[in-house]
Design a protein around this ligand. Structure first.
Ligand SMILES: Nc1ncnc2c1ncn2[C@@H]1O[C@H](COP(=O)(O)OP(=O)(O)OP(=O)(O)O)[C@@H](O)[C@H]1O
Length: 677
């Protein structure tokens, strides 16, 4: 069996099961192996009876002393009871509607029962325990998968074990690295992460897989860097004389920091080697206009420009702004996203293929195979920390000589940026446009929520608008977090009754989200209750208030991004963090937010607090492309993996060069970083 074989070739996977697996993003055997548990349940076994906690699942090895006949209860269920003993205590196990269960038991034999054991009179009772037959059960580690739909752990185990038994995993990590870091084999790691035989082996497996991930990430970055450096045939642009006219027509003057970055970009444009530059700027620092100037120059030199944004909302926003800023110039601008109609798509693609100068703005739809720019001069990606090396690499593949400009609003601690952006030259916009009033941030306890909303109401009465952000879409029974739906119900019918309130979350279709944002931009809606989908780039200068519910749940970088949605116009803006503070670290994190609005400072502080279990928010937001490792928590491992990858790539040894080629091939085949041949 091959890693890239379709999932349907796994024994036991029929069309219905295949559909369920696809819903979890599992299409081939590799996807299956990389579908890691989200957590593990540690279940202790054979403990002293006095230590039994009725609310905790445990495993006890019990001896069958009596198998009772099934009977029907008053409510019509068939009840089956088997009596056991455990350390001289009587235990009755009860199952409902599964009378055939008794066929599994032989009088006098010992079985492991897993469940919650509750004391009823003088004996223990356990309802529907799972029965296993392991020989010893000091502790069992049960993986918990992030299941969707009606997929079950059990059905997953079955095909996972088939896949692990039948697929060959080739470990191409050089032996010296494996020895140096005392890593277990890749095959063992994959087996243990799904079927842990002990906690030590599980931890070793996680370490190995994280190392693999960070090593491959570094390889990809370094290979990209190498390719860029040896690529000398870029476009040498001249500087358009119309640039000064454009600058004059802008409704504002560029800040000193913006001017500096524009100069750096234009200097690159004049050079023979293609530009590969990152523009890092804090939220609201005005990166878009800098990008527009770069676009304008490339266009005026007769080239095509592609600008990619991570979401449709942002792509559209950029499109509108570009059209607006360039309205007095005869410039062709098009928008291509997932929701562009089929007919429009054909028209735009044909236009792109002609090679005529054009600015095409879009989502990843712009780097699909069938979009062929025949005269691409500049590719801009607005990463906002979503894209990462994977997309950069794809983009560079399709543009051998075009300039590449990457924009990000995520202030990354210097130590980390060194690794994550080592393939790029960096420009920083470290100044906000003049006249911006610093956002005032206040921390409110849960118990004081009403006061927070009273304040928001005052702002709305002044004509402003507000965002309310919650971590969840809908209420979960076991979770006490506020959800978009329940807050919408509550607030739209009480305090904000006289105003238009809308809700938005990631499950809505792109078109619905676009429409909601449009209504908010036009001030048809005064209060927008949303999940973090509004985090990225949304620009509504009239919005002066943001409430973040359960702020303790978000990473600081994310909170900073969210907060950056207000304070984008002339009004004094406010951010209210409502947090459930249960630890000193949470309090410290919240205080960092109330004390500073400087993204770089915040990210450094967050970085220092790492290892506390409350993370920066890269991996949780699923943006880094990493499955297991976390750039911040695993920074030391990243350093080691990066250095090893660097040594490998620079090696002149023929064998190692061959190895690099094989690693590169597997990196091309898979979009995940833990990939193997
Ligand atoms: N020099 C300037 N003076 C005044 N306003 C400016 C200046 N530069 C940009 N702006 C305005 O500031 C707002 C924010 O700019 P922009 O959307 O480019 O920010 P950004 O850096 O992309 O922020 P984010 O990453 O948060 O989206 C826009 O309304 C823009 O028109």
């Amino acid at each position: 069996m091959n890693l890239y074989d379709d999932i349907k070739f796994i024994k036991g996977v029929g069309p219905k099961f295949e559909e369920k697996l696809n819903k979890c993003g599992i299409y081939n055997v590799l996807d299956m192996l990389l579908y890691f548990p989200r957590d593990y349940q540690y279940i202790s076994g054979n403990i002293d009876v006095s230590e039994i906690n009725e609310e905790e699942k445990i495993i006890l090895s019990c001896k069958v002393v009596r198998i009772n006949k099934s009977f029907r209860t008053r409510t019509g269920k068939i009840m089956t009871e088997v009596d056991f003993t455990y350390a001289n205590h009587n235990i009755t196990a009860i199952w409902f509607n599964t009378p055939y269960i008794i066929k599994n038991f032989v009088l006098g034999n010992v079985y492991n029962l897993m469940g919650k054991f509750k004391l009823k009179g003088s004996k223990f009772e356990v309802i529907s325990p799972q029965v296993t037959c392991n020989e010893s059960v000091e502790k069992e580690i049960i993986p918990i998968y992030p299941l969707k739909g009606d997929l079950t752990n059990k059905s997953l185990y079955k095909i996972l074990s088939y896949a692990i038994e039948n697929v060959k995993i080739i470990d191409n990590m050089p032996d010296n690295i494996i020895k140096k870091y005392n890593l277990c084999s890749l095959e063992q790691a994959v087996r243990e992460i799904h079927f842990p035989s002990s906690n030590d082996l599980l931890q070793a497996a996680i370490t190995r897989l994280k190392f693999q991930e960070l090593f491959n990430y570094s390889m990809k970055l370094l290979l990209l860097k190498k390719r860029l450096k040896t690529n000398g045939n870029g476009i040498q642009y001249s500087i358009s004389s119309e640039l000064s006219i454009l600058k004059e027509k802008l409704p504002f003057e560029l800040t000193e920091a913006q001017n500096k970055v524009v100069r750096e970009i234009l200097l690159d444009a004049k050079k023979k080697t293609p530009m590969n530059r990152l523009v890092q700027g804090d939220v609201g620092s005005g990166k878009t206009i800098v990008a527009i100037i770069a676009m304008f120059n490339a266009y005026k030199n007769g080239y095509q420009v592609a600008m990619m944004a991570p979401t449709e909302i942002l792509a559209k926003q950029h499109y509108v702004e570009i059209k607006n800023v360039l309205k007095d110039f005869d410039i062709d601008v098009e928008l291509l996203t997932g929701s562009t109609s089929a007919k429009e798509k054909v028209r735009i693609k044909e236009k792109i293929a002609t090679g005529n100068p054009l600015i095409a703005v879009g989502t990843h739809a712009l780097i699909q195979k069938d979009v062929e720019f025949s005269r691409l001069g500049l590719a801009i990606t607005d990463e906002q920390h979503r894209f990462g090396v994977e997309q950069r690499s794809k983009l560079t593949n399709s543009t051998d000589k075009a300039d590449v400009l990457v924009m990000t609003a995520t202030p990354i601690p210097r130590t980390l940026a060194l690794y994550l952006y080592s393939d790029l030259d960096v420009s920083i916009i470290d100044q906000l446009p003049p006249g911006r009033k610093a956002i005032k941030t206040e921390l409110f306890r849960e118990s004081n929520r009403n006061a927070a909303y009273d304040f928001v109401l005052e702002e709305i009465e002044k004509g402003r608008q507000a965002y309310i952000v919650c971590p969840l879409i809908e209420d979960l029974e076991e979770n006490k977090l506020n959800s978009v739906e329940s807050l919408y119900e509550e607030l739209s019918t009480s305090i904000f009754k006289g105003y238009k309130v809308e809700m938005m979350h990631g499950k809505l279709k792109a078109k619905e989200k676009n429409d909601i944002i449009d209504r908010f931009k036009n001030n048809e809606t005064q209060v927008l209750i949303s999940t973090t989908v509004i985090e990225v780039g949304v620009n509504v200068p009239n919005a002066s208030c943001m409430v973040i519910e359960n702020a303790e749940r978000f990473g600081l970088a994310q909170l900073h991004q969210l907060r950056g949605r207000v304070g984008r116009g002339q009004y004094q803006s406010y951010c209210i963090l409502i947090a459930n503070i249960k630890s000193k670290v949470t309090e410290k994190r919240m205080n960092i937010m109330t004390e500073s609005t400087d993204g770089f400072y915040i990210s450094e502080q967050d970085f220092k607090l790492r290892g506390t279990g409350e993370m920066f928010g890269f991996r949780q937001s699923g943006d880094s492309g990493l499955l297991l490792a976390d750039f911040v928590e695993d920074i030391n491992m990243l350093k080691c993996a990066y250095n090893e990858a660097k040594l490998l790539i620079n090696s002149e040894d023929g064998k190692i060069k061959e190895l690099c080629v094989s690693i590169e091939k597997s990196l091309v085949k898979s979009s995940k970083f833990i990939c193997f041949n």
